[in-house]
Design a protein around this ligand. Structure first.
Ligand SMILES: O=C(O)C(=O)C[C@]1(C(=O)O)C=C[C@@H](O)C=C1
Length: 359
């Protein structure tokens, strides 16, 4: 006997009952998280645990058999965790504004839409907001894979005692946005100097002779484009929705694999996740062979260094501060011993935090 194909009404009835189950399960999950929150407030533990969140994503994405896409699963879980976390405790997060910049995108990627996100005017303002306890966390850019370090952020760590509690890796894409969405209407392009440089070749090939004007941020560019239909902005997709613009062309960057790394700062440190990084700031004694000796404690223990950066010591001419990132957590005995040895070479040393590695 031939089986009847279900009608659209029947299929929709199935979807409705699946949706009811999803909502029921979401509420069940929220109840369990509330219990976790109660346990945490009793023992003064951090509500936001980036290492646990990473573990949840990794487990779900690697086990997903499809056809539901992993990217969508990640976005949905970002919001589920964000909403559950805000039930445990409301999160206020300051970031380097204005809205619709890449710092905003990175902050949304890490904290989701249920957190209260506060755009601030400068990197020092983000540090201050967290230091004063007005925001629990702050998000600041620290390096870009094509442009290098954000020296302002590194310099702030010399004065501040805030800890790094996680890192965010954001893949940077630039879109061309305008009111009409038509390439032929564009008479001027606006953006921050960096995105203009990163899209130079695309502009020369597709909008030859059209001037590109640099402004304070991609968000300012988007605002200008929203007020003039002959202007286009190079900005993020988020800027398109916030400033009511159309995407003329997406992903116009010349270089693929353009990443910006952001740091999340807070007044408290972060617990060990098992796959961590530690950042340290130090200045070394003025002795022959010191640069070689400062690396020995790590080499002899097989501790991998992911980055070493030097910056001028502002109050002492021709002296330098080093920023070093290593793989491991400060509570790992090998890491603690290596840092103890490093102290012998240093005039001063400051641990900036141990935090889960981002992939
Ligand atoms: O496991 C925890 O510690 C929780 O608070 C629960 C939960 C979650 O929703 O799964 C929420 C926030 C944390 O950042 C990590 C995970």
């Amino acid at each position: 006997m031939q089986q009847n194909t279900p009608t659209i009404e029947q299929l929709r009835a199935s979807i409705d009952s699946i949706d009811d189950r999803i909502v029921e399960l979401l509420n069940e999950r929220a109840q369990v998280v509330l219990n976790v929150g109660r346990l945490k407030s009793g023992s003064n533990m951090e509500f936001h645990v980036p290492g646990r969140e990473r573990q949840i994503y990794e487990r779900l994405l690697s086990g997903n058999q499809g056809p539901f896409p992993n990217d969508a699963l990640r976005s949905i879980y970002r919001e589920i965790i964000s909403a559950c976390l805000s039930l445990e405790s409301p999160m206020k997060v300051a970031f380097l504004g204005p809205k619709a910049t890449f710092s905003h995108l990175a902050t949304m990627q890490q904290f989701g839409l249920s957190a209260e996100l506060v755009p601030l005017k400068s990197i020092p303002a983000v540090f201050e907001e967290v230091e004063k306890g007005k925001a629990l966390y702050g998000v600041v850019p620290v390096e870009n894979s094509t442009e290098g370090v954000v020296s302002h952020t590194l310099d702030m760590f010399m004065e501040s005692n805030l800890q790094i509690t996680s890192e965010i890796l954001l893949e940077v894409h630039h879109d061309l946005l305008s009111r009409t969405g038509r390439l032929e209407d564009i008479k001027k392009i606006y953006s921050h100097a960096q995105p203009i440089a990163q899209c130079r070749q695309w502009i020369d090939e597709n909008l030859a002779g059209i001037p590109a004007v640099d402004v304070a941020s991609t968000a300012v560019a988007a605002q200008i484009a929203s007020e003039d239909y002959t202007a286009a902005a190079i900005a993020s997709e988020l800027a398109a929705s916030l400033y009511d613009l159309k995407v003329v062309r997406s992903r116009i960057e010349d270089q693929v694999n353009n990443f910006t790394r952001f740091l999340v700062i807070s007044r408290k440190g972060c617990e060990r996740s098992g796959n961590d990084k530690t950042s340290v700031l130090f200045s070394v004694k003025d002795e022959p062979g010191i640069l070689c000796r400062m690396l020995e404690p790590f080499a002899k223990r097989g501790i991998n260094l992911s980055k070493i950066e030097s910056r001028p010591f502002k109050s002492k001419a021709w002296e330098y501060i080093f920023f070093l990132d290593l793989f491991g957590h400060i509570s790992d005995p090998e890491v603690a011993a290596a840092l103890e040895d490093l102290k012998e070479c240093c005039q001063f040393i400051k641990i900036l935090g141990s935090y889960p590695r981002s992939r």
